[in-house]
Design a protein around this ligand. Structure first.
Ligand SMILES: [Fe+2]
Length: 232
């Protein structure tokens, strides 16, 4: 499932476009009718750009995964006459897949986007999952007069997680996420209980547990002796 739904508000989109069309904006690389503006934490970009990334991380459950990608994060432009030829990006690390989340700022008609032979419905203010290390991906020629503009965020993610991303829509995988929460809550409650017990009794809760066990054992032994003496 490539389409991940809407991610940008109208205002956020406008602010990003203002940044792009402002005087002094310059791309880091220009090849033919395509250009890229590569950015990281040292680059001046509107706050929205990072807000969107955080939103994606939250919706897709990517907290524990690396937001590193050798291609980095970038704003990509396909100008009139330009296109992305079919290609698959490299997976840099063993067992890890290079994945990109592409957020669409401007999507001219007649500039189709294709992932693994499937035409992806890209919509302005929406975002898509691109398994760029697995799927062959490309676009048709931009036959319009407006550039196609997208923000592309790169991640390096284990293959199992990529499989889950492809199966579930964003915000789901509820069973897996609940299991993590239950485990977290259980550990927290146990720790709080032990801390309280320690504060009240000034005793190591585990030492108390040991004491309980040995008390039961003593009781058991004495009971056994009692029965044995009755048998006789
Ligand atoms: Fe690519």
């Amino acid at each position: 499932m490539y389409d991940r739904g809407e991610i940008l508000t109208v205002e956020e989109r406008r602010n990003i476009l203002q940044f792009i069309y402002a005087d002094g904006f310059m791309c880091s690389s220009i090849t033919g009718n395509r250009a890229d503006f590569k950015f990281d934490v040292t680059t001046k970009v509107p706050g929205e750009v990072w807000k969107i990334k955080q939103r994606i991380i939250r919706r897709e459950g990517l907290y524990e995964y690396s937001s590193y990608s050798y291609l980095g994060d970038r704003i990509t432009f396909i100008f009139p006459g330009g296109y992305i030829p079919p290609h698959t990006d490299k997976n840099e690390l063993d067992g890890m897949i290079h994945v990109r989340f592409n957020v669409f700022i401007q999507t001219p008609e007649d500039c189709d986007t294709w992932y693994d032979g499937i035409r992806v419905d890209v919509r302005e203010r929406g975002y898509v999952l691109c398994r760029s290390g697995i799927d062959r991906h490309w676009t048709g020629v931009n036959k319009t007069r407006v550039p196609r503009i997208a923000i592309s965020y790169g991640f390096t993610i284990p293959a199992e997680k990529v499989a889950a991303l492809y199966i579930y829509p964003p915000g789901e995988e509820t069973f897996y996420r609940r299991a993590i929460w239950i485990r977290y809550l259980a550990t927290t409650y146990r720790n709080i209980y032990n801390m309280l017990l320690f504060t009240i009794t000034q005793q190591n809760p585990y030492a108390m547990y040991d004491a309980k066990v040995s008390f039961r054992k003593m009781l058991q032994d004495s009971l056994e002796q009692f029965y044995q003496s009755n048998d006789r």
